[in-house]
Each structure stands twice: as structure tokens, then as C-alpha cells.
Design a binder for this molecule. Structure first.
Ligand SMILES: [Ca+2]
Ligand SMILES: [Ca+2]
Ligand SMILES: [Ca+2]
Ligand SMILES: [Ca+2]
Length: 153
């Protein structure tokens, strides 16, 4: 028997099995997605929204003071080596290289708490196109809003 004789067998059997497997997998994935998506009804979605998480005075928006609290808490959480600053490793990708550079006016490659808070405040301003000084869930859903969120959790 040569390799050439075997090929048609693999050629005819394997692709069909693979196609069946893919179908089964797809069906399972769809089922899983439905199961996961189902419990997230508005009540739950609302609870997990950025505003609901950060809005400590319950006025349905997040102002800079509320943001600062979350940003400060995250600073403490990320500041593992206790040298008073966050380096790029501790930031875990929360800021791009460009953002980190912009947030680091003393150019030491790390952010102290004030630099970190200022970076968050600057992102907050960018994410607030209606300039009312607060972010709502719609603003948090934007690309810039998501950049703010990355500095809160
Ligand atoms: Ca609020
Ligand atoms: Ca550190
Ligand atoms: Ca610095
Ligand atoms: Ca706003």
C-alpha cells in the first residue's frame, strides 16, 4: 500500500467528521451563548453598568470626585511593589505607550498617584463631549469612555 492509496480514505472520511464536529461545536456554543445571555435582563445589566458601579451619590451620573475615588483605589491595588509609583508593568496595559508618555510629565517612566489621577481626569474630560462635567452610561460606552473605565478597575 502506498501513501497515495490511503489518501482518498482520509480525504473522504475526515472532512465529513470535521464538518459534523464543527456543527456540534457551533450548536453547543450557540446554546451556551443563549444560556449566558438569558439571565442578563435589564435589572442585572443596570446593576453592572459603569455608572451603577461608580455613582456613589446615586444621581445616575459619574462626576470627577466619584471617578477619583475609584482611580485612587485602583492605584493602591496596582501598586504592588510599594515604591509609590506605577510602572508600565503594574499598569498592566491600562494605558497605551502614548497615553503613558502624555501622563508622565516628569518623564521618569512611571506614574505617581498625582500623575495617575491627572491622566484619569484628562481621559474623563475627553469622554465628556457634552461638557456637563459628568459621564453617563452612554458616554462610558464610547471608546474614550472605555479608556476612562480602564483606570477604575
Ligand atoms: Ca454621581
Ligand atoms: Ca510600583
Ligand atoms: Ca512620572
Ligand atoms: Ca457628560
Amino acid at each position: 500500500m502506498t501513501a497515495r492509496d490511503e489518501l482518498p480514505i482520509f480525504g473522504s472520511v475526515l472532512p465529513r467528521q470535521e464538518a459534523d464536529l464543527n456543527k456540534t461545536f457551533l450548536a453547543a456554543a450557540l446554546t451556551a451563548a443563549t444560556i449566558i445571555a438569558a439571565p442578563i435582563e435589564p435589572a442585572f445589566a443596570k446593576k453592572a453598568s459603569p455608572v451603577a458601579t461608580l455613582d456613589t451619590d446615586n444621581d445616575a451620573t459619574v462626576d470627577i470626585n466619584e471617578l477619583n475615588k475609584a482611580v485612587e483605589a485602583l492605584f493602591e491595588k496596582l501598586e504592588k511593589d510599594n515604591d509609590g509609583t506605577l510602572d508600565s508593568k503594574e499598569l498592566q496595559g491600562r494605558l497605551s505607550k502614548k497615553e503613558l508618555k502624555a501622563a508622565d510629565p516628569d518623564n521618569d517612566g512611571t506614574l505617581d498617584k498625582n500623575e495617575f489621577l491627572a491622566a484619569a481626569a484628562s481621559l474623563f474630560k475627553d469622554a465628556d463631549p457634552d461638557n456637563d462635567g459628568t459621564l453617563d452610561d452612554k458616554e462610558f460606552a464610547s471608546k474614550k469612555g472605555k479608556a476612562v473605565l480602564r483606570l477604575t478597575r
